[in-house]
Unconditional design. Structure first.
Length: 371
């Protein structure tokens, strides 16, 4: 990720560039561009905007995105553990509002998790929630037709981050619908309230087994101060059978609004308002100093050829192998790591997923508390 500035209008933006090691993979490029198309198609204030896309001279694709300042929900939970009830409700209601718009465009996110929920700070205003990364989203077909071309998965492939996978994702089912996002929001609600995930395990396979057959401890057991009503909302959102979940993100949002009206006593995100600056310096350019001609003419400098021509900026995140990097060490890949196709995703091909589904179908679910 780079922080950049549009050379013509001075707008500060985030520049997301696909690492060269992945730019040779056609499926990785398609997922990268799908993020831009999905965000543009939805157009919602709780979804990070994508302004432009293109390719660098070496062929690496890039996205020009809204620059956000703040922290992810994962960062906030890591520092504070269980968050105040009102804050959690405000966050989840904004996420569900974004998902309502996405589902209305027949787009299923499929990777809703705290790392993709960003609390963007604003001077003098409460944080606004931004849902990030539609890179593995799925466009549902109209009617009963087959999935559209944007769905890059195949039968038996598991896509998503495992802790937030619905049982149907864990089985590698192909006929996914918006209720996988509702399930993930239920997991986030549980984690944001209790400070821990509902299912934990020593390895990936054991985690899938928990998701398919175990029942998590109630959130109120882990946090006794939790008002009544939260457990029933979480249980419905995380129901193992999708038919038992909320039918839509909007229905889930309304259930949270009812909890807020019944138990809300704080200001929610409104309590997290950065102070406005006491004074603002506005630079003034006088006519005699205006670049244009003579001794004040603007210097003509060409942007670096490895950057998009209209953007220039400094590295925000890890080294990406481009000029301006802060380190010469590029990220490395572990050949034995199943997440190498995308470091932020898990894409595990069954046989395990298919075998797990068959085993689960043959034996009744066992209720137990994960350790």
């Amino acid at each position: 990720m780079f922080e950049a500035e549009h050379a013509a209008i001075g707008r500060r933006v985030a520049l997301k560039v696909l690492h060269p090691s992945r730019a040779r993979r056609r499926d990785a490029i398609r997922r990268f561009y799908r993020e831009a198309r999905a965000a543009a198609a939805i157009g919602h204030p709780n979804i990070c905007e994508v302004y432009d896309l293109g390719s660098l001279e070496d062929g690496s694709p890039y996205l020009v995105m809204e620059k956000l300042v703040g922290e992810t929900l994962a960062d906030r939970i890591a520092v504070e553990g269980g968050l105040p009830f009102d804050v959690v409700l405000d966050i989840l209601m904004q996420v569900l509002s974004a998902l309502t718009a996405a589902h209305g465009k027949r787009i299923v996110h499929r990777d809703v998790k705290p790392e993709n929920v960003f609390l963007a700070t604003r001077v003098g205003l409460p944080p606004v929630i931004k849902l990030l990364d539609f890179g593995i989203s799925k466009v549902m077909a109209a009617g009963n037709g087959p999935p559209e071309e944007l769905d890059l998965t195949r039968t038996g492939m598991v896509m998503g981050t495992p802790y937030y996978m619905s049982p149907e994702q864990a089985r590698g089912d192909r006929d996914l619908d918006p209720r996988v996002d509702i399930y993930a929001c239920g997991v986030i609600l549980y984690e944001a309230l209790t400070g821990r995930r509902p299912f934990i395990a020593a390895n990936y396979n054991a985690l899938l087994l928990h998701i398919l057959s175990a029942t998590p401890r109630s959130a109120r057991e882990l946090r006794p101060a939790l008002p009544s009503g939260f457990d029933s909302v979480i249980e419905r959102a995380m129901a193992r059978e999708r038919e038992e979940r909320y039918e839509s993100a909007r229905e889930f949002e309304l259930a949270l609004a009812a909890l807020r009206d019944r138990h809300g006593s704080g200001a929610g995100l409104s309590a997290i308002v950065p102070p406005a600056p006491s004074s603002i310096e506005i630079p003034v350019t006088f006519a005699a100093d205006t670049p244009g001609s003579g001794e004040h003419a603007a210097a003509q400098t060409a942007p670096h050829p490895a950057r998009p021509p209209q953007y220039a900026g400094a590295v925000l995140g890890p080294a990406l192998g481009y000029p301006g990097r802060t380190s010469r060490t590029a990220p490395t890949l572990d050949d034995d790591d199943p997440t190498d196709d995308d470091p932020t995703q898990v894409q595990a091909r069954s046989p395990f997923a298919n075998e797990m589904a068959a085993t689960h179908a043959e034996s009744p679910a066992r209720r137990r508390d994960p350790q």
